[in-house]
Design a protein around this ligand. Structure first.
Ligand code: ADP
Ligand code: MG
Length: 448
């Protein structure tokens, strides 16, 4: 099917030869296509009279000309300006209704409050989420949840979504990852009609009752998106909508997050989620085994709960693998045998491959310094701080005698190392900039 403008342009060519020059100029040229739906072309003209004349004199010729231009055309309609406006308004309304009816986000049914194991590490965050789910739009707004990866943040957002969909089906609940928000926004900015794109972007968010943004830390460094998010946030907040945000760290530690966003996020409830303790890990594993409907020896659960002590997602992955191996071997229950097999190809995240050289390299890279200057004698601020951070990190991550660490830095005394370690330890507590830098470097070093 061709585009309406093209079809009409071709039809005009035919009509020019078919009708008298006077009629062509007087009536045909007043017609303009404005919509094409189900092979019906909608034309508008200048007045009621023009419409009447055109149809009376040329209806048959116009249809013929259109068919010649595009054989798929079924019919055409001529509207005067009032009719055209009515038609377009009705269409906009219908689209809005359709949008309203559409389910906004399909939450994962398996991530519910029932499947979430509550322990000391997450009881407060659980209570806050439960509170929002049972009584949205009240004091817990915005709710800001932060904590490391794989600790259940996304699970809790889905739990709130599932709960609200069941108990308050009239509410529109939207879940977006921060990356989706960023990409949508970038797409708007790149579109030909930026103003229209942004306005439809905004109306999408303003029609939502509950907005969840997962992993907001990815908004760091994206100034334009931060600006847009700030407006979305304020709009929603002023209209008493519910907002829930997650992040891998508190707002203050998201480098380059604008202060006004930091302070907006801090207006409601801020709740952290910690790594689960042994008992909670044990209970989570038991629950997952139940969900997978497979018997797992208690010894296995105990072992996993002992060795996987930070990330629930990783722990779950290993359990699934163990169950898979047991099934593969035709067994009806998983035992320690499978544990050995499953743990074999888990990447070793212990620190044995971290060396002093690697730490020095990363610090140099991070601050764009040469190794000579990092370990050298210069005392200007540009090298002293990185040097102290490097000493701190080596103390933190490696089990080396202080004198050996001093050796690495051009034979410095062990008291210099102690001083650096204490200084940076304090700075991390008091100075956000230092904390962010140290965390960043540590992350790079610990990542393989
Ligand atoms: P995050 O978003 O914090 O990175 P997720 O919500 O994706 O973490 O959780 C990772 C996995 O761990 C999910 O499969 C989730 O169901 C599970 N999980 C985390 N915490 C718990 C918990 N307390 N109880 C049950 N499952 C949990
Ligand atoms: Mg997540």
């Amino acid at each position: 099917m061709k585009a309406m403008k093209e079809i009409w342009a071709e039809a005009l060519k035919t009509l020019r030869n078919e009708v008298t020059a006077v009629s062509y100029d007087l009536w045909i040229t007043t017609l303009e296509p404005f919509d094409l739906v189900d092979n019906v072309l909608y034309l508008t003209t200048t007045s009621e009279t023009a419409k009447a004349r055109v149809l009376k004199l040329h209806e048959g010729q116009i249809l013929q000309a259109l068919l010649l231009a595009d054989p798929e055309i079924k019919n055409f309609q001529v509207f005067d300006p009032t009719e055209r406006e009515r038609y377009l308004n009705a269409k906009t309304e219908k689209m809005a209704q359709l949008q309203e009816q559409a389910p906004i986000y399909r939450f994962e049914p398996k991530y519910s409050f029932d499947t979430f194991v509550v322990g000391n590490s997450n009881k407060y965050v659980y209570a806050a989420c439960r509170g929002v789910a049972e009584n949205p739009f009240t004091k817990i707004n915005p709710l800001f949840i932060y904590g490391g990866v794989g600790l259940g943040k996304t699970h809790l957002l889905h739990a709130i979504g599932n709960y609200l969909n069941q108990t308050r089906p009239e509410l529109k609940v939207l879940y977006v990852t921060c990356n989706k928000f960023v990409n949508d926004y970038i797409e708007c900015m790149a579109s030909k009609d930026t103003i229209a794109a942004i306005s439809s972007f905004r109306s999408k968010y303003s029609s939502v009752d509950v907005l969840m943004v997962d992993d907001i830390q990815f908004i760091a460094n994206k100034t334009g998106t931060q600006e847009e998010f700030f407006h979305t946030f304020n709009d929603m907040f002023q209209n008493n909508k519910q907002i829930i945000i997650t992040s891998d760290r508190p707002p203050k530690e998201i480098a380059t997050l604008e202060d006004r966003l930091v302070s907006r996020f801090s207006m409601g409830i801020m709740q952290d989620i910690q790594s689960p303790d042994y008992e909670t890990r044990f209970a989570i594993l038991q629950k997952k085994a139940q969900q997978e409907n497979f018997e797992v020896d208690e010894e296995v659960i105990n072992h996993l709960a002992e060795v996987c002590d930070t990330n629930v997602r990783e722990m779950e992955g290993i359990l699934s693998k163990i169950i898979f191996y047991a099934q593969l071997a035709g067994k009806s229950r998983a035992t320690m045998e499978e544990v050995k097999e499953a743990l074999k190809d888990v990447p070793d995240t212990t620190r044995q491959d971290i060396t002093a050289d690697r730490i020095l390299d990363q610090v140099c890279k991070y601050f764009s310094l040469t190794k000579d200057s990092l370990v050298g004698k210069k005392k200007n601020k540009e090298v002293v701080e990185p040097r102290q951070i490097a000493m701190y990190l080596i103390c933190e991550l490696l089990d080396l005698p202080l004198t050996s660490i001093g050796q690495l830095f051009g034979g410095r005394d062990h008291t210099t190392v102690i001083h650096a370690r204490e200084k940076i330890t304090n700075e991390i507590r008091e100075n956000k900039r230092i904390k962010v830098m140290v965390d960043d470097i540590k992350n790079i070093i610990e990542r393989k």
